[in-house]
Design a protein around this ligand. Structure first.
Ligand SMILES: *Cc1c(COP(=O)(O)O)cnc(C)c1O
Length: 229
């Protein structure tokens, strides 16, 4: 077995173990393979091992990679920060966007989403750790933005996404995931049709699953260490 297939298999085992510990059905948590900085061949290898959903963070890199991989029926998630002048390529090529934190970006995505494509799945990014430098709305701002985004044509609000503070130990990360879970529960309680909680990465997917994650975004544990040029 190649290293990527082995990495995927190890992730599935971790997800299953965490689901069992949380008393949740295994099918509730899906795995997004974060392929940013890795070449087209790495994605092909993961696809051969059964992986179909991939995440990218940089528009220019992603556009070239998606083009090269058009022959495969893959699901693409844009998980990086979106600048307003880059909304068009994202709206035209991706299936999901995880980092929406402003109405202006949501409106531009909605306008640019081609009518022939299904609605673009959108997650609101919430900054649960209160870091000044991180994108995302505060937990208090998340529901008003979610309501507004849910009203836009060509978008389908699916839920929320977060990245905990990098300095968080596992207890602190878990508390931050729990904050996002409360936002998600409140959205459902008021009738928003959300079903996705995107939280958990290579180092903290167990804590995220214990707090209700439905989608973990894993790069390093599948593809190895990233090298930025
Ligand atoms: C890069 C990235 C990941 C993957 O992180 P790993 O620690 O390599 O698993 C997950 N989510 C986002 C938003 C990312 O930018």
């Amino acid at each position: 077995m190649g290293a990527i297939a082995a990495g995927l298999q190890a992730c599935h085992v971790r997800i299953e173990t965490a689901c069992t510990q949380a008393g949740r059905p295994i099918g509730e948590v899906s795995l997004l393979a974060v392929s940013k900085t890795f070449p087209e061949e790495a994605v092909r290898e993961a696809w051969c091992a059964g992986q179909t959903a991939f995440g990218e963070s940089y528009v220019q890199e992603a556009v070239a990679k998606l083009e090269a991989l058009r022959d495969l029926p893959l699901e693409w998630h844009f998980i990086g920060p979106i600048q307003s002048n880059k909304t068009r390529p994202v709206a035209e090529r991706f299936d999901w966007v995880h980092g929406v934190d402003r109405m202006k970006i949501a409106e531009r995505l909605s306008e640019a989403r081609p009518a022939a494509m299904p609605a673009l799945n959108v997650l609101i990014q919430v900054n649960v750790g209160g870091e000044a430098s991180k994108s995302g709305v505060t937990p208090d701002e998340a529901l008003p933005l979610a309501r507004a985004v849910a009203g836009l044509p060509r978008l389908r609000l699916r839920g929320f996404m977060t990245i905990p503070r990098p300095d968080a130990d596992s207890a602190a990360a878990r508390a931050q995931f729990a904050t996002l879970r409360r936002v998600f529960d409140a959205a459902r309680a008021e009738g928003l049709a959300v079903d996705t909680l995107s939280m958990g990465m290579s180092d903290d997917l167990e804590a995220a699953i214990l707090e209700g994650s439905t989608l973990v975004r894993v790069g390093t544990a599948i593809f190895g260490k990233r090298v930025y040029s």
